[in-house]
Design a protein around this ligand. Structure first.
Ligand SMILES: [Zn+2]
Length: 306
């Protein structure tokens, strides 16, 4: 029986099925089309899960950006999925698929991405690490001792909101100078535009990276500075949890080679004692989320049987 996972995003709902040996047996996605309303989205998501093999009485894993009421399976807040706010994802999907809502496992998008990378991606066989997703914001997910560490309410790992510069830019969370206001793809674009980089097209991150790769100069310095802020951020989990392995996902992680010197310098400035850091690019791309969600279903199956 395959294990099915879904990953809800603002533009697409991705899903797939993985066999118990870790082989991907199906993968497909549908447009989120959130404007059609929550009921329609839930109908189509359930149909997607069914087409992937989710079956009556089984289990389903679901990844979704946002903040949940975990006990009730309700999505409370999500900037990219605001049309689904207030929706009981576990109940709505469970009812449509004849799956007990208690066997629909919901985690936030960065957490399932971490779990996916640990199962079949960059962190395969690494028991302790943190993923950082560098996209519109900065997300984080933690794996400790081979298990996803979510905290009692599922809100652990929000490294995007550790404060790096107390007087820095205002963050969506209400605080100032959070890591995501300095090192997300959005922030990098803003910082590049502020410095007029690259000169041909300020704020173009692909061109910025290409220029920085080709020669030393202001572009490379900017990426060093952003890396240094990331290093200051990951010094927190390094100091608190003794984490030394970090996986970078999301569009802006394509510049990891250029960010790395800054990350190492920044981390070294803020960690207690020397740390031998391992910095890895994620390898599953946008499939990491549904793969991690499918793993939640697999874990649950093992528990139910055991
Ligand atoms: Zn914040």
């Amino acid at each position: 029986m395959p294990f099915v996972g879904l990953d809800f995003g603002g533009t697409a709902i991705k899903g797939g099925a993985v066999g118990s040996g870790g082989e991907i047996v199906a993968e497909r996605s549908i447009p989120s089309a959130l404007e059609r309303g929550a009921t329609d989205v839930m109908d189509r998501a359930a149909e997607l899960a069914r087409s992937l093999g989710a079956s009556e009485g089984g289990a389903l894993g679901v990844g979704c950006a946002g903040i949940f009421d975990r006990a009730r399976g309700v999505l409370l807040e999500s900037p990219n999925l605001s049309q689904l706010a207030g929706t009981c994802l576990t109940g709505q999907l469970g009812t449509r698929l004849d799956i007990d809502p208690a066997h629909v496992y919901l985690e936030n998008d960065a957490n399932v991405a971490a779990y996916g990378e640990q199962w079949l991606g960059a962190a395969r066989d690494i028991a302790d690490f943190m993923i950082l997703t560098l996209g519109t914001g900065v997300g984080g997910g933690i794996v400790l001792g081979g298990s996803l560490f979510t905290g009692p309410a599922g809100r652990a790992g929000e490294i995007g909101h550790v404060v790096i510069e107390p007087d820095g830019p205002l963050c969506g969370c209400g605080s100032r100078g959070c890591l995501e206001t300095l090192a997300s793809a959005t922030a990098a674009r803003r910082r590049a535009s502020e410095r007029g980089l690259p000169a041909e097209d300020p704020g173009n991150l692909e061109l910025l990276a290409e220029t920085a790769r080709n020669h030393a100069g202001a572009e490379r310095e900017l990426l060093f500075d952003i890396g240094r802020d990331l290093g200051h951020g990951l010094a927190y989990p390094a100091n608190l949890l003794d984490l030394t392995c970090f996986v970078f996902a999301g569009g802006f992680a394509a510049t990891l080679d250029l960010l790395e010197p800054g990350i190492r310098a920044g981390a070294s400035e803020r960690t207690f004692g020397e740390r031998d850091l391992t910095l890895l690019p994620a390898t599953l791309g946008s499939s990491a989320g549904w793969i991690g969600a499918a793993r939640l279903a697999l874990d649950a199956g093992a528990t139910q049987v055991g």
